[in-house]
Design a protein around this ligand. Structure first.
Ligand code: COI
Length: 363
C-alpha cells in the first residue's frame, strides 16, 4: 500500500433509510443513537500493511471471540463532526488534528498508526457518501466516529499484529439532553481518571470505561457530569468525564488545566485557547485545586465555568457539588464569555465566520 492514497471499494446499501425516516431523524437526532446507511473499514496486517479499504452497508461485524480487543482493550477512537454551511458546503473542523491525535493514541497503545493521508481520505470519502445525513445548522452536525481495534485472535498479552480501522457516523444534536442550559458537575474525591505514565493522553476506550462508575456516582448525586482530580494528590482539577474544562476569572482571564500527560489534549480546548488569545484575553494553562475553586466560587473570584469538547462543544457549568455541599457559579446562568466563545467557535465551524486559521476543510 502506498502512503499517498487508498483505493476504497464501495458496496452501496441496497435498502437505505427512507427519505421520510431520515428526515424525521434529522429533525431531532439526539446524540449517538442513530447511524447512517454505510460504514467504512480498513484492515491492517504486518505482511500487507493497510489494505482492503471498503465502504459497505452499516451492520454487524463478525469477530473471533479471541481477538485481542475483547480481552485487553487495545482500542482507540476519535470524534469529529461534519457541518453543513448555509450555502450547502460540507465542512470539517481541523480533521488533521484528529488524524494526528489518532496516530499518537495508536503509538501509546502499541497499535499500527493509520497514516494521516489515509485517515483524511477515509473521512472525506465517507462524509461525501453520507452527506444527506448531515442535519441543518439549527439542529446539529454529523458526528464522525473513527476507531480501531486489535483484531488478531490471541490471548497472550502482547500487541496485536492485525488491526481493523472503522468509521461510522451518527447525526447529532446536543450532547447534553438539557441543550445549552448550564449543567451541574460532581467533584469526584475518590475516583481518578489517569495517573502519570498511564494512558490519560491517549483517546482509548479504557479511559472512558474507567470514568463510568464515577459518572454513576455523579448521577446519583444529581449531577450531569463529573470532574476528575489528579491521581497523585486527589487535589488538582484535570478534566471531566469526556471533555476539558475552562474557568473564567473575575479579571476576565481564562484558566484551564495544563496538558500534563494525564489529560486529553482536546482539539476544542486548543481552538478555544487560540481564539481567546487572539481576542486579547489572558489564558493560563495552570494547575487549579478543587479546594481553591470552591473558595473562588464563594468569594466571587470565579465568574464562569464551561466544559468543552467535540461532542459537548462549549457547555456552561452552573453548579458544582462535592461531598460537602452544592455551590452556584455566579448567578447559575450561562456566562457572557462562555456564550461569546461558543459563538466564535461554531461560527467558524459552520462557515458563518471567516476561517483565518485554515481550520475548516471543505468536503
Ligand atoms: C467527544 O467527541 O467530544 C468525545 O470526547 C467523546 C465522548 C465524550 C462523546
Amino acid at each position: 500500500s502506498s502512503e499517498k492514497s487508498l483505493s476504497i471499494t464501495i458496496e452501496q446499501n441496497p435498502s437505505p433509510a427512507s427519505e421520510a425516516h431520515r428526515q424525521s431523524i434529522l429533525q431531532d437526532p439526539g446524540f449517538g443513537k442513530v447511524f447512517t446507511d454505510h460504514m467504512l473499514l480498513i484492515r491492517y496486517s504486518e505482511e500487507k500493511g493497510w489494505h482492503d479499504a471498503h465502504i459497505k452497508p452499516y451492520g454487524n461485524i463478525s469477530l473471533d471471540p479471541a481477538v485481542c480487543v475483547f480481552h485487553y482493550a487495545q482500542e482507540i477512537f476519535e470524534g469529529l463532526k461534519a457541518y453543513k454551511a448555509k450555502d450547502g458546503r460540507i465542512l470539517l473542523f481541523r480533521p488533521e488534528a484528529n488524524a494526528q491525535r489518532f496516530i499518537n493514541s495508536a503509538k501509546r497503545m502499541a497499535m499500527a498508526p493509520l497514516p494521516e493521508a489515509y485517515f483524511l481520505q477515509a473521512i472525506h470519502e465517507f462524509v461525501k457518501m453520507e452527506q444527506n445525513w448531515i442535519p441543518d445548522q439549527s439542529v446539529g452536525t454529523l458526528y464522525l466516529r473513527p476507531f480501531m481495534i486489535a483484531s488478531t485472535p490471541y490471548l497472550g498479552v502482547k500487541a496485536s499484529p492485525d488491526y481493523l480501522f472503522m468509521l461510522i457516523a451518527s447525526p447529532a444534536g446536543s450532547y447534553f439532553s438539557k441543550g445549552a442550559k448550564p449543567v451541574t458537575v460532581w467533584v469526584s474525591e475518590f475516583y481518578t481518571r489517569a495517573a502519570s505514565g498511564g494512558t490519560g493522553e491517549a483517546k482509548c476506550g479504557g479511559n472512558y470505561a474507567a470514568s463510568l462508575l464515577a459518572q454513576q456516582e455523579a448521577t446519583k448525586n444529581g449531577c450531569d457530569q463529573l470532574v476528575f482530580l489528579d491521581a497523585a494528590e486527589h487535589k488538582w482539577i484535570e478534566e471531566m468525564g469526556g471533555m476539558n474544562i475552562f474557568f473564567v476569572m473575575d479579571d476576565g482571564s481564562l484558566l484551564t488545566p495544563p496538558l500534563s500527560g494525564t489529560i486529553l489534549p482536546g482539539v476544542t480546548r486548543n481552538s478555544i485557547i487560540t481564539l481567546a488569545k487572539e481576542k486579547g484575553l489572558t489564558v493560563r494553562e495552570d494547575r487549579y485545586s478543587a479546594e481553591q475553586w470552591i473558595k473562588d466560587i464563594q468569594s466571587g473570584k470565579i465568574r464562569e465555568v464551561f466544559a468543552c469538547g467535540t461532542a459537548a462543544v462549549v457547555t456552561p457549568i452552573g453548579f458544582v457539588k462535592n461531598k460537602d455541599g452544592e455551590y452556584q457559579i455566579h448567578d447559575g446562568n450561562p456566562g457572557k464569555l462562555t456564550q461569546e466563545i461558543h459563538k466564535m467557535l461554531v461560527d467558524i465551524q459552520y462557515g458563518n465566520a471567516p476561517d483565518t486559521h485554515n481550520w475548516v476543510k471543505e468536503v
